[in-house]
Design a protein around this ligand. Structure first.
Ligand SMILES: Cc1ncc(COP(=O)(O)O)c(C=O)c1O
Length: 419
């Protein structure tokens, strides 16, 4: 009989197998210093394009003050216990009410973490006779929520209306047999490529099919829509989203998350969300901090305006220099280049060491072989000078990539990796 750990000793997994080449640099890098447009990486100053601090709140003095005061007042323990048992407070309720109003829903409920909360919400919304229809490019938390589902699920091709309709048709036929309902799950903004979910078109299908729409708007909340209520507001269909989800981990630069929906649905979830029923309540420092951040989202539209000034400068600058930034419709800015994994590694090293630019890199197997995706996240704390320096650096590395400089530098590594 095998030892349980044999497979772990033999295979570190699709990402883990790169650890000896990548750890500390490409994965698990240590960015140091206060969270801002410029931080330190391995002792060097770098312009940081890899942090979802969209509105620049992470290190805003007013936010830091409230966080520190709440920490001093409550410590990190209060309140103790799950919401249902002993961890409930007026402040938790106030935050829920304010969040619900902000995203134009009747009610909201707090989640300790977006990831777990999403998994748990999917679990609570469906029972075995129901059918889930969801985008093939969905975030891991959606995929894992769907994995808990004991009934049928159908994936549709990414943002493809024909495929959505076809799968809704299949789901409808099946639901008529099982006696269940249909939950369609999309993201408001797909975090890798920056496209918005086709919420307006999906909502229009409610005329033809009977389904409920659940939207993970992690990247849309605070960045899209007139008031910052997200992708649904941007597309004019916020009221047609049946269950809305956002995390505090991006625009709010904190930890925690929430769902928002009609009062009756939230009342149900409150009593059925296992991630909240059986886990300690969101700590008070985070609740007070979130109230402050939400207030800033409401009252300081200049933050979102500055974010978009930077997004537009970066995206139009990249496009005018001939870079392929795909079909983004959000702040997420992907840059697609062609090259091998060793070339991608050399290029990112060059960007960090010689140009002081820190961005995330995505390669095969996450995207097709031969493609390199550099992912830039502009924030309100960036400056137009940051954008200009970055554009120049990108032109320089593209020149080297196209003239084979990185290929020559990495020939030995490529042979070793069978590239
Ligand atoms: C689309 C999406 N959903 C959910 C999450 C998870 O949120 P959290 O970080 O609060 O667990 C993330 C990442 O933060 C995300 O990008």
């Amino acid at each position: 009989m095998k030892d349980l750990f044999d497979k772990i000793y033999a295979d570190k997994g699709p990402l883990g197998k790169w650890a000896d080449k990548a750890e500390g640099y490409f994965v698990f890098p240590k960015l140091e210093g206060p969270i801002s447009n410029r931080m330190k990486f391995q002792g060097k100053d770098v312009i940081t394009w890899s942090i979802n601090d969209y509105l620049g709140l992470a290190n805003h003095p007013e936010v830091r003050k409230v966080d520190a005061e709440a920490g001093a007042k409550y410590g990190s323990a209060y309140p103790m216990g799950a919401r249902m048992m002993s961890g409930h407070t007026d402040m938790h309720e106030q935050l829920q009410n304010e969040l619900a109003a902000f995203v134009q829903k009747e009610a909201a409920y707090l989640l300790n973490f977006g990831y777990q909360g999403m998994v748990s919400t999917i679990d609570a919304l469906v029972s075995k006779d129901d059918i889930i229809v969801y985008d093939v490019d969905a975030h891991a938390c959606i995929i894992d929520g769907v994995r808990l589902h004991a009934g049928k699920r159908f994936t549709y091709r990414h943002n493809d209306m024909e495929s959505i309709e076809k799968n809704l048709m299949r789901a409808t036929k099946l639901a008529e047999k099982t006696g269940g309902g249909i939950l369609l799950i999309s993201e408001g903004v797909f975090g890798m490529r920056g496209e918005q979910g086709k919420l307006k078109e999906i909502v229009a299908l409610k005329e033809k099919f009977n389904f409920r729409l659940f939207v993970d708007d992690a990247h849309g909340f605070g960045t899209l829509g007139k008031t910052g209520a997200g992708a649904g507001e941007e597309q004019g269909v916020q009221d047609k989203i049946d269950v809305y989800f956002a995390t505090f981990a991006k625009s709010m630069a904190s930890t925690g998350a929430f769902i928002a929906a009609d009062q009756e649905i939230i009342d149900y979830l409150k009593y059925n969300l296992r991630s909240q029923m059986f886990a300690k309540s969101l700590q008070m420092q985070l609740v007070e901090g979130a109230l402050k951040r939400l207030d800033m989202l409401r009252t300081m539209p200049e933050l979102k305006a500055k974010l978009w000034e930077n997004v537009n400068a970066l995206q139009s600058g990249l496009k005018s220099r001939g870079f392929d930034i795909g079909t983004t419709q959000s702040c997420v800015t992907p840059v697609y280049l062609k090259g091998s994994i060793p070339e991608a590694m050399a290029l990112v090293k060059d960007l960090r060491e010689n140009h002081g630019i820190f961005c995330s890199i995505v390669v095969y197997p996450v995207i097709p072989k031969g493609l390199i995706l550099l992912r830039l996240i502009p924030t309100a704390s960036h400056t137009l000078q940051d954008v200009e320096e970055t554009l120049q650096a990108f032109s320089a590395i593209r020149e080297k990539l196209e003239t084979g400089v990185y290929k020559r530098l990495t020939a030995a590594m490529a042979a070793e990796m069978g590239e």
